[in-house]
Design a protein around this ligand. Structure first.
Ligand SMILES: [Zn+2]
Length: 82
């Protein structure tokens, strides 16, 4: 019985390890080419950015970095320092 218990623990550990690996495994993620809603240019949504967006629970960006930056600058100009 003790051996079974030990085996169960090992299996649980392996399972946990696989889950952790699945969460940090980036091999399935690829850079995505997206179209900017604002200027129509295509831009790369990199794996790093995807992970960042995922971790923040954000949806994928609709605008290219330039348009995002421009929008942010505009907001800052209109609303002051954010
Ligand atoms: Zn754009």
């Amino acid at each position: 019985m003790t051996q079974e218990t030990r085996l169960g623990t090992v299996q649980a550990k392996v399972l946990k390890g696989q889950m952790m690996e699945g969460m940090t495994n980036t091999s399935k993620l690829q850079d995505k080419l997206l179209l900017c809603l604002e200027c129509g240019a295509d831009f790369t949504f990199t794996v790093g950015e995807q992970l960042y967006f995922l971790s923040k629970g954000l949806s994928i960006p609709k605008r290219c970095p330039q348009c995002r930056k421009r929008r942010r600058d505009t907001l800052v100009r209109e609303w002051g320092e954010l």
